[in-house]
Ligand binder design. Structure first.
Ligand code: THU
Length: 128
């Protein structure tokens, strides 16, 4: 699977974002170890703390479909600088073994490893 396929899926899913409070739409797409792709968008709530980020929506959809290992994540938003996942999403990525994260806006793509975004996330407890 190419990065472009994942990027396209992320932009398409972003169009479903429910973001009436922030007016900020985010899309995500993930690839599972078995090669399946899942999309996610942010889903907000009047009770702001209940907001679901696009990345976690995609991961939760994958897990609900029976996936336990996720390899790659793409995040897209229409920003000047590619948007960066929140700490909670990084921790959830660690839980399911994400290796690489590509952050994209309309023109730019920046590739990170999870270890760069969340150093030593699996040290100690997760790999005991
Ligand atoms: N958001 C995401 O969905 N992913 C990110 O990586 C950054 C932030 C959402 C949460 C909220 O709905 C809106 O963007 C503004 O923070």
């Amino acid at each position: 699977m190419t990065w472009d396929t994942l990027i396209q899926k992320a932009w398409i899913t972003r169009a479903n974002a429910y973001a009436p409070y922030s007016q900020f739409q985010v899309g995500a797409a993930i690839e599972s170890e078995s090669g399946n792709v899942y999309g996610g968008c942010n889903v907000e709530n009047l009770s702001f703390g209940l907001t679901n980020c696009a990345e976690r929506v995609a991961i939760v959809a994958a897990v609900a479909a029976g996936e336990k290992n996720i390899t790659r994540v793409v995040v897209v938003a229409d920003t000047d600088t590619p948007v960066s996942p929140c700490g909670a999403c990084r921790q959830v990525m660690a839980e399911f073994g994400v290796k690489e994260i590509l952050l994209c806006n309309r023109t730019e793509q920046i590739l990170f490893t999870l270890d760069e975004l969340l150093p030593r996330s699996s040290a100690g407890i997760l790999n005991r």
